[in-house]
Design a protein around this ligand. Structure first.
Ligand code: SF4
Ligand code: SF4
Length: 597
């Protein structure tokens, strides 16, 4: 049976069909839907972990016990999981283990666009790169097979365009794979230096065998065509090359670590001009050049942003490669941004920066922080939007969990900042990696204030549960971590819970805690406006009283605008949260308009 699936759905299906019984990860765009879909299949166990390091460690444990395992994360999550990953190559596996790294060229929803192909080389683990949903499904099976045959975890690397676009896949029945028997083997699994040295050598031996395998695996293949130009490519770039240069010779690499030296040499010898088309870094190109072959890649193509067929076509033309014109059946991509960030074949549209939702409980916190002119070290989540104009309620944002350590660092560098700096972090992010920052701050005598924006979910990625929500990925009830008790247990003496929709209460709490000269945690608790809709009527504007002063616009609520020099509220999207009523000192905004239902 055939079905239209996204790459993420296909990876989940591939794991199901190929006997994976354990799936674990941390939500992060563009990887999130893999586990959400996997959790729906019968006979499997799927879990959200508090962070990617834990996810991989759980996966390694399940593999040790003999199960086939899927571990999912976005590209930056692999940084968090890098510690166990580097040693996982030494220990190897028992049951096959596939780690999905979902990369995000173009930074659609990420803080950077790192090229995780280098992680495979760095960790010395095999890597596969699908270019559509069918390959995504099939490569999960192949990766599991390679994992068990070569005793290594395997990285399956996707990119946003593969993860989220849909294509047809052939569905098959599940192959129930029995648990591989568990055998105590300390020389393989106990990485003390004496055993680690042995496994380091064994890793090189396994890699030599993989080098032979990558020459013959069917996912690395040559399609001979016009031999004037030969293109080496992988992932989604393969689809673009096929669309733009339908007649060219192509070496398609589905396995990109190790790279097939012999196949590349054979291909290069068969074409007049050798090109590499790859998004982000010159990963393949540098390998090819290292073989002493003449090749063109990043001299033509940008080393940043996402590619499109239009960009590939334009750059090839600029480099003098004969390219059939669009309209000859090659299709177009008028709606996709090119590597230079401009729309191709359509006039640019005005930029629309994302904003916090109407009724978002975080809005009040950022309004107060900005008003109090505090230094705010921020973190990763939808609340990061509170740092953008016009709110500008955040000074920094680096990576998951960094806010608390950075606040402490500010205090270390300049003690006068101790009472003027607060860290802001979401509940899910606090569980991910904020806890350790807080332990550090308390242990080292810091005086910082941490505001945990507790909206009872992982909102940014689509409302996934976490250890504080009282529910698992499989929908089962779970003990919910008591945040207040947890932070007290870490040694924080000053802990208070506030309502982020109460501006006066918030202001007082933040002022008192920032000035306290002791580590403190403020939990600003309200469910995400999209998670739990409260049936409050929208506010209304008293046109007589409104002076048009625009103070209410500082809240950056998409429901408020100024029209004809008076405030206007869009009753359809206003949630009646009441924040704007509190900031209008003229009393022109009134609660209790007509209910928007
Ligand atoms: S509603 Fe209040 S804050 Fe907004 S423009 Fe009118 S007077 Fe100013
Ligand atoms: S009450 Fe005011 S701040 Fe809240 S959603 Fe409505 S317009 Fe926006």
């Amino acid at each position: 049976m055939k079905e239209l699936m996204t790459g993420n759905e296909a990876i989940a299906r591939g794991a199901y069909e190929h006997g994976v019984t354990v799936g674990v990860g941390y939500p992060g765009t563009p990887s999130t839907e893999i586990l959400e879909n996997f959790a729906r299949y019968p006979g499997i166990k799927a879990q959200w972990a508090p962070n990617e390091k834990v996810a991989l460690e759980v996966g390694m444990g399940a593999s040790l016990a003999g199960a086939r395992v899927l571990v999912t994360m976005k590209h930056v999550g692999v940084n968090v999981a890098a510690d166990p990953l580097m040693t996982a190559a030494y220990t190897g596996v028992n049951g096959g283990l596939v780690l999905v790294s979902a990369d995000d060229p173009g930074m659609h929803s990420s803080q950077n666009e790192q090229d995780n192909r280098f992680y495979a080389r760095f960790a010395r683990v095999p890597m596969f790169e699908p270019s559509d949903s069918q390959e995504a499904l099939d490569m999960v099976g192949l990766a599991l097979q390679v994992s068990e045959e070569f005793d290594l975890p395997v990285i399956l690397r996707t990119t946003t365009r593969v993860a989220h676009s849909q294509s047809m896949v052939e569905l098959k029945e599940r192959n129930e794979v029995p648990l591989r028997p568990y055998r105590k083997d300390t020389k393989k699994w106990l990485m003390v230096p004496a055993f680690g040295r042995l496994r380091r050598q064994a890793l090189e031996e396994r890699l030599q065998k993989l080098k032979a395998y990558t020459e013959t695996t069917p996912v690395n293949f040559i399609s001979w065509g016009d031999r004037r130009v030969g293109v080496i490519t992988s992932g989604i770039s393969y689809q673009y090359v096929r669309e733009v240069l339908p007649g060219a010779s192509i070496l398609k690499l589905g396995m990109t670590f190790p790279l097939p030296e012999g196949l590349i040499r054979q291909f290069a010898a068969g074409v007049e001009r050798l090109l590499v088309v790859e998004e982000l870094d010159p990963y393949i190109e540098e390998f090819v050049r290292g073989l002493g072959l003449e090749v063109t890649g990043k001299k033509i193509f940008p080393a940043w942003n996402e590619f499109t067929p239009g960009l590939v076509r334009r750059k090839l033309k600029e480099a003098g490669v004969p390219v059939p014109s669009p309209g000859d059946g090659e299709g177009t991509d008028a709606c996709l941004p090119g590597a230079d960030g401009q729309l191709e074949e359509l006039p640019p549209v005005p930029g629309r920066p994302p904003v916090l939702c109407p009724g978002c409980p975080h809005r009040g916190v950022f309004y107060v922080l900005r008003k109090l002119k505090l230094v705010v070290t921020g973190d990763i989540g939808c609340y990061t939007l509170g740092g953008l104009p016009p709110m500008e309620g955040m000074d920094s944002c680096v990576c998951m969990g960094a806010s608390i350590g950075m606040a402490h660092g500010c205090e270390l560098a300049d003690s006068s900042l101790a009472r003027r700096t607060v860290a802001v972090i979401g509940d899910s992010t606090f569980f991910h990696s904020g806890i350790t920052g807080l332990i550090h701050m308390v242990y080292n005598g810091g005086h910082g204030t941490v505001i945990i924006l507790d909206n009872r979910t992982t909102a940014m990625t689509g409302h996934q549960d976490h250890p504080g929500t009282g529910k698992t990925l499989m929908g089962e009830p779970a003990p919910a971590v008591d945040l207040e008790a947890l932070v007290r247990a870490l040694g924080v003496g000053r802990v208070r819970v506030v309502d982020p929709l109460d501006i006066a209460g918030l202001t007082q709490a933040i002022q008192e805690e920032a000035a306290a000269g002791a580590p403190s945690v403020i939990i600003a608790r309200r469910p995400c406006a999209l998670l739990q809709r409260e049936n409050r009527p929208p506010v209304r504007v008293d046109g007589e009283t409104c002076t048009g002063c625009k103070t209410c616009l500082k809240l950056s609520c998409p429901a408020i605008s100024v029209q004809d020099k008076k405030a206007a509220v869009d009753a359809i999207i206003c949630t009646g949260c009441g924040l704007c009523v509190q900031v209008c000192k003229f009393g022109a905004l009134k609660e209790g308009g007509e209910n928007n239902g």
